[in-house]
Design a protein around this ligand. Sequence first.
Ligand code: FEO
Length: 172
Amino acid sequence: MLSSKMEKALNAQITVEAESSQVYLSMASWAETQGFEGVAAFMYAHSDEERMHMLKLVKYINERGGHAKIGSLQAPPLSFGSFKEMFQTLFDHEVSVSESINELVHISLESKDYATHNFLQWYVSEQIEEEALARTILDKINLIGDDKGGLYLFDNDVKQLTVASSATEMTK
Ligand code: FEO
């Protein structure tokens, strides 16, 4: 059985993951309107992943006798400046998600809830991967700067990353 503090904290994470999904969906749509199909595909796929992160929490809370609550979400921004700014936003966002996962781990240990602690390890690993991926992309885009030809190649590169990460996802 989940403690009420743990249940509340896990429920708050549902909102964090759902809002992440909306932010990436908005980034996907914005990139698509700019003609960057690779970036858009990457963001659409990432948005789906966040929804999956959210669903996993919903199922877990209910499975442990709690009640997963689906609440309202904050609207994401509609545009993101440049690609560099957009990927910086994505990276910063993932760092803040990692912080909230760490806080959940802390609460699980504090309440001696080892089942939840175990459940959260999946998110801890996932955040390491997500931060690393965001950092790799950010490094690439920093190298390119505002060069149009570079951005075109970058768009293709990111498309490959999307294919590669979905393939890894399937083997998990
Ligand atoms: Fe669900 Fe990107 O953290």
